[in-house]
Design a protein around this ligand. Structure first.
Ligand SMILES: N[C@@H](CCC(=O)N[C@@H](CS)C(=O)NCC(=O)O)C(=O)O
Length: 324
């Protein structure tokens, strides 16, 4: 069982992500084991992590800030225990790292400790996001694709933007289809490029990545969002990768065939997404850069963080041409 993403390699040198293990659901049904209640759940994230960031984006977009509290860990992985060699997400002991905070609920020193509190026989990676139940003192879910679905529908009695439905029933087939290729070729695709240990798997992943980016560029030349002129979950899922693309993946994961800013529609779309009220507070570029460039010594032994490009995603874009 992999203890960290860098262990998730097949014999052929390709990166192969292991599935998440805590897969319970919060429900609007008050009699369920995990009922949607204001103040009951806490989201542990890293601003560096795209999967955790998409959950935070949903908290912000749905107006769940008052109902669901959250904490970010420090961006750079550290030793999680004196007694072994595991490196992973840790909490700061004070507020020394802007954006990161000590664990307010359990006083845990690491995300690993939360997994150990939730399950005494857990084996696997200690990943973020972690959706924590304060009442039962356990992990509800560590799968972001499912956490965002819960945030979209189950808290609508308390969400400030209850009317915003990012997975409407009449669009679900379309969204699922988009998610599938975007996840495989783009969201996870950049990791397959960056973590490949042999040329063949890298070549294959990078070709699929750029085919998919070209496809997005084409779609976005005709409509404002990936599934039409309505914002959906598929856009939030795509955005978290695009916002990291030129700052990190182009350099660190060797995704340099073309930069995001060389795709006019994708680039303007990323700005458009960034400017949706609430979205920018799910993006902390200092944490993003520190995390990637600092957490995998085998990829970047000296942990040097490249200076550029420092793109201003709040600058004007041309997406209003499709209406709002
Ligand atoms: N399937 C998970 C994946 C989460 C994930 O891979 N998180 C990474 C950070 S980007 C992590 O915490 N990795 C810890 C490690 O590899 O030890 C989800 O989407 O929620």
């Amino acid at each position: 069982m992999a203890r960290s993403a860098l262990d998730e390699m097949t014999e052929s040198g390709a990166f192969n992500r292991t599935p998440s293990t805590f897969r319970d659901f919060i429900s609007k049904d008050k009699t369920s084991q995990f009922p949607a209640e204001s103040g009951r759940y806490h989201l542990y994230i890293s601003y560096g992590c795209p999967w955790a960031s998409r959950c935070l984006a949903f908290v912000k977009l749905k107006g769940l800030d008052k109902a669901i509290s959250y904490t970010s860990v420090k961006p750079i992985w550290e030793r999680t225990k004196e007694s072994d060699e595991h490196f992973g997400w840790v909490f700061p002991s004070s507020t020394e790292e802007p954006g990161a905070e000590p664990d307010p609920l359990n006083g845990a020193k690491s995300i690993r400790e939360l997994y150990e509190l939730a399950s005494s026989n857990y084996v696997g990676k200690y990943t973020v996001p972690v959706l924590w139940d304060k009442k039962l003192k356990t992990i509800v879910s560590n799968e972001s694709a499912e956490i965002i679905r819960m945030f979209n529908t189950e808290f609508n009695d308390i969400a400030e933007n209850a009317d915003l439905d990012l997975y409407p029933s009449h669009m679900q087939a379309l969204i699922d289809e988009a998610n599938e290729w975007i996840y495989d070729r783009i969201n996870n695709g950049v990791y397959k490029c960056g973590f490949a240990k042999k040329q063949g798997p890298y070549d294959e992943a990078v070709e699929k990545l750029y085919d998919a980016l070209d496809k997005c560029e084409e779609i976005l030349s005709k409509q404002r969002y990936i599934c039409g002129n309505t914002l959906t979950e598929a856009d939030v899922r795509l955005f978290v990768t695009l916002i990291r693309f030129d700052e990190v993946y182009a350099v660190y994961f060797k995704c340099n065939k073309k930069l995001l800013r060389e795709y006019p529609n994708l680039f303007n779309y990323t700005k458009d997404m960034y400017q949706i009220p609430g979205m920018s507070s799910a993006v902390n570029m200092a944490h993003i850069k520190k995390h990637y460039y600092g957490s995998h010594p085998s990829l970047n032994p000296f942990g040097i963080i490249p200076v550029g490009p420092g793109i201003d995603y709040s600058s004007p874009h041309d997406r209003e041409r499709f209406g709002s």
